[in-house]
Design a protein around this ligand. Structure first.
Ligand code: DNO
Length: 356
């Protein structure tokens, strides 16, 4: 595996590349062109400039998170072919710039959903949290307003204001899309992009839906072992793979995370490793990465990745806000650096204990 950190680009991130360079064991970043819109072609020039900036800091671009999929592709609207052509062009440009990993999601309307961005924990840190009760009390149009005050002046991925202007219309369009239709639209998209992925050896890594169940009545399909196995088999090409995000699949306590990892051998191209603490099955908060701070056995998760021979980029995920840092919720420097050090420690211990 390669330890990485997500980075949004110098215009958007409070964390700098030189800080990332000093986290022990982190050699790459997972980044994006954060100001592009779904459906747009990413030019080679911009991709190259991004790479050069990262490389000048002594790091490399280990992958992209995300090249977002236009809503009309997920909806299967008539203009999807033109939009997929643009996606293919972007993949080609990434491939020509020697970038071989793309994380994306297929969640309707909203990306990941949290109901609080700064819940206080007993140690005084603040974390992202979710309660189903809070979601049930909201209409979708209020979702953004309900959390925007806690974004610390940042633009959070999946919560870009312009994307959310059209929430009402999107809900109308999704009225006729159930989970079967969404699966079919995903299959169509994947079949069209696989040739360019084969040509440039690009691993596509779908991110799970977070939380891993339908919200606001919208279908969500990348939620559990059965569905993710269906997804990798329906387009049975090794370039059609997954981002294994423990914090997203882990929102559903029925998901056995190490077992899911083992069942996806060969198809996990990217791993997001983080812990959650459940207060009730529908109320969870994001804990420190350390097993004892949350509800997951992080050793078992990392061990399962090791056992299947996972060799892609891994990154600590949402961190707590600690030590007075002001940053994009979940994406500060300090707690993610602690997470990287901890995961590196688990990995080293596993590697060495296997050799004895
Ligand atoms: C949240 C992230 C997601 C993820 C996308 C992938 O922090 O894990 O926004 O990047 O769903 O496309």
């Amino acid at each position: 595996m390669e330890m990485t950190l997500r980075w949004y680009g110098s215009k958007f991130d409070t964390v700098t590349l030189s800080q990332i360079r000093q986290i022990p064991g982190v050699t790459g970043v997972i980044t994006t062109l954060y100001d592009t819109k779904p459906g747009e072609v990413w030019s080679r020039e911009r991709i190259r400039a991004m790479k050069e900036e990262v490389e000048a800091a002594g790091l490399h671009v280990a992958g992209i998170e995300s090249v977002n999929v236009h809503e009309n592709i997920k909806l299967g609207l008539p203009d999807r072919d033109a939009l997929i052509d643009n996606y293919i062009e972007t993949l080609k440009n990434l491939g020509e710039e020697d970038i071989h990993l793309v994380c994306y999601n297929f969640m309707p309307v909203f990306d990941w959903t949290r109901t609080e961005l700064a819940r206080m924990r007993p140690d005084g840190s603040t974390v992202l949290a979710y309660t189903q009760e809070a979601v049930d009390a909201l209409v979708p149009e209020e979702m953004f307003a309900s959390i925007s005050g806690d974004m610390n002046g940042t633009v959070m991925p999946g919560w870009e204001p312009d994307r959310l202007e059209h929430v009402k219309e999107l809900f109308e369009l999704y009225k006729d899309v159930d989970s079967e239709k969404l699966f079919a639209n995903l299959e169509y998209f994947l079949n069209r992009i696989m040739p360019v992925c084969d040509q440039y050896d690009i691993n596509m890594a779908i991110h799970p839906d977070d939380p891993a169940w339908p919200v606001f009545g919208l279908p969500r399909i990348i939620t559990c072992k059965e569905n993710i196995l269906r997804m990798v088999k329906m387009v049975d090409n090794p370039h059609n793979g997954v981002t294994f995000c423990s914090g997203s699949y882990g929102t559903n306590l029925k998901n056995d995370l190490p077992d899911m990892i083992r069942s996806l051998k060969g198809r996990i191209h990217f791993a997001h490793v983080r812990n959650l603490k459940f207060n009730t099955p529908t109320d969870f908060e994001e804990a420190a990465h350390l097993s004892s701070d949350g509800s997951f056995d992080m050793y078992e998760i990392v061990k399962a990745l090791y056992d299947i021979g996972f060799d892609g980029p891994i990154r600590p995920d949402h961190g707590r806000m600690i030590w007075g840092e002001v940053a994009m919720p979940g994406y500060g420097l300090y707690d993610r650096a602690l997470g990287a050090a901890y995961i590196n420690g688990l990995w080293e211990a596993i590697v060495k204990s296997q050799k004895k």
